[in-house]
Design a binder for this molecule. Structure first.
Ligand SMILES: [Zn+2]
Length: 144
């Protein structure tokens, strides 16, 4: 009885170690640039890109490889109430994710606007990626 308990605890700890080693760690002090990289999944079977999915939406496979996104994309549509300033963004690699737009008022963000990732998300995978407009919209001219 006691032996079994000890072995289970050891196995659990090994599993935890393996899990933390397999996932690329959050920003470490020695590599601050990696902390801002937006990582996405690519299906090992059909190559379909995905973002934080447990299985491929095209073929149902659960085998993903992790790749680094170039960090640029296009605003597709708004998500939620306007003041939240969160938008669906189609990244150049072909996956879509919800981002928070910073540095621009919600009215200044338009569908089709190009954005660039400035923060990929909180270290533990919580929170939305933050993007900014890559091209400033010209200031609104008064029409009268
Ligand atoms: Zn697939």
């Amino acid at each position: 009885m006691l032996q079994t308990d000890i072995r289970e605890q050891t196995e659990l700890r090994e599993d935890h170690d393996a899990a933390t080693a397999a996932t690329p760690g959050p920003a470490s002090p020695t590599a601050p640039a990696d902390g801002d990289a937006l990582l996405f999944q690519r299906c090992r079977w059909c190559g379909t890109p995905a973002y934080r999915r447990s299985f491929c939406r095209a073929c149902g496979s659960m085998a993903f490889a992790q790749e680094r996104s170039s960090g640029t994309g296009v605003v597709v549509r708004r998500n939620g109430p306007s003041p939240h300033n969160t938008w669906f963004v189609a990244m150049d690699e072909g996956f879509t994710l919800i981002c928070q737009v910073t540095g621009a008022a919600p009215v200044a963000v338009a569908v089709g606007a190009k954005v660039r990732v400035v923060r990929a998300g909180a270290p533990l995978g919580q929170g939305l990626p933050v993007v900014e407009l890559t091209r400033r919209e010209p200031p609104a001219e008064p029409w009268w």
